[in-house]
Design a protein around this ligand. Structure first.
Ligand code: NAG
Ligand code: NAG
Ligand code: NAG
Ligand code: NAG
Ligand code: NAG
Length: 365
């Protein structure tokens, strides 16, 4: 590809998705259908393997290189075609900000480009210039050649990190300015839509298909790791598979806070102490499948000292309370309270009587 134009832009340093979750993959050398494999992984580990980003992909590659892969040709991962299209970022970030032209994301075309700061969708095969993001330099790079969205993605992954995610208005304006300064009117960004979803309901749009995959959408609805990249296969085929195991596990039993604490200590390590933004992020990853509106965490209130404390004895510094819920409770004649995380929205913390029966999250390390 020809000349690249390079710009460095300071981004607000958030905990990047890749650094937050420590995920362990397990190769299971038994042949099962996709659905049986999913059940097996959910019982023994966390779920069929979810790959949220390039770091997960690298971890999976390392595992696959350590086994004799030449004997296998497809290994189930936890990606399935649901038939329902949704917008996703190539880099795997959740889609929280959009800037559609006229606020309208309807219509055809599954890849997104930007013009005058607004977003439009378009047939992915159309050739256009594109913007990559480079994680190591935190730079936005416009490439000066025109290619299809998939080729742009491949180029960005080879030379930088990925096609860019536009996560807020500031980033949108930064890109608009770069385009204006260089007189480039249209560029592909990393947004696309597909109908594939992860088994653990993670929102990640990270995909690593072989060039002509996925094909045969009506018969091949499950994804498999094919050695280097992914292809889609018939779900009832019997294949070996990959599970993943997260450091946190959601237990779908309805127990009181003290029962939940005992369950975690007997079967895992402890009820989770959410003492940092990183742990809160990990909680958000596992909470999707809870059957109750909130789930217990290892946060308890002591009436004697009028304080909240974590079961791991860390001080409560990081906080994510719903308004009003953190108030010091002086009335100790009523039942003791404990902290729970809301299953929906921004996963805020609420205070509830300890006898309430909820799902809960245990830590495993
Ligand atoms: C982008 O990142 C890679 C490492 O991933 C680095 O080698 C390269 O020099 C960077 N390119 C630019 C233009 O910053
Ligand atoms: C774009 O550049 C032109 C000059 O080429 C300038 O007048 C205009 O204000 C710029 N717009 C933005 C949004 O930066
Ligand atoms: C910007 O591009 C337009 C159309 O391609 C061209 O007419 C114009 O001269 C260019 N302006 C600059 C400053 O390069
Ligand atoms: C737990 O409670 C929720 C909400 O009340 C309910 O939908 C769910 O079926 C219960 N789960 C079990 C295992 O009893
Ligand atoms: C705690 O937060 C929930 C959800 O926002 C709210 O409904 C409830 O009233 C709050 N509790 C108190 C004591 O403010």
């Amino acid at each position: 590809m020809s000349q690249t134009l390079y710009f460095s832009v300071l981004l607000i340093a958030l905990c990047s998705l890749s650094e937050c979750i420590q995920r362990r993959y397990h190769h299971i050398n038994k042949k099962m259908t996709w659905t049986e494999a999913q059940k097996y992984c959910r019982e023994k580990y966390t779920d069929l393997a979810t790959v949220n980003n390039i770091n997960d992909m690298n971890d999976m590659d390392k595992l696959m290189k350590s086994i004799d892969y030449s004997l296998l040709y497809g290994i189930w991962i936890g990606l399935k075609n649901t038939g329902v299209y949704k917008w996703k970022w190539s880099m795997g970030d959740p889609v929280k900000y959009t800037n559609w032209y006229n606020g309208d994301s309807n219509g055809s075309g599954q890849c997104v480009y930007m013009r005058d700061g607004s977003w439009y969708h378009q047939d992915c095969k159309v050739n256009m210039r594109f913007i990559c993001y480079n994680e190591s330099s935190k730079g936005f790079i416009i490439d000066d050649s025109s290619v299809s969205w998939r080729k742009a993605q491949t180029f960005c992954r080879q030379h930088h990190t990925d096609l860019i995610s536009v996560r807020n208005q500031i980033e949108n304006e930064q890109i608009q300015k770069i385009m204006n300064d260089t007189n480039i009117s249209e560029v592909w960004i990393g947004l696309f839509s597909d109908s594939w979803e992860w088994s653990d309901e993670s929102e990640s749009g990270f995909r690593n298909w072989y060039p002509i995959e996925p094909n045969n959408p009506y018969t091949e609805k499950c994804a498999a790791f094919g050695g280097v990249k992914w292809n889609n296969m018939v779900c009832s085929d019997c294949q070996p598979f990959l599970c993943h195991e997260d450091n946190l596990i959601l237990i779908q039993k309805n127990l009181s806070w003290s029962e939940a604490l005992r369950y975690c200590r007997e079967n895992h390590v402890d009820l989770v102490s959410v003492d940092s933004e990183e742990i809160q992020f990990m909680v958000a990853q596992v909470i999707h499948r809870s059957s109750t509106d909130a789930v217990w965490m290892g946060l308890s209130h002591s009436c004697d000292v009028g304080l909240w404390f974590w079961v791991n004895e860390e001080k409560v510094c990081y906080q994510n309370w719903a308004p009003g819920n953190e108030t010091k409770l002086m009335d100790c004649n009523t039942e003791h309270r404990a902290g729970a995380v809301q299953s929906g929205g921004d996963h805020l913390w609420i205070s509830l009587p300890q006898s309430q029966q909820l799902n809960f999250i245990c830590s495993r390390k």
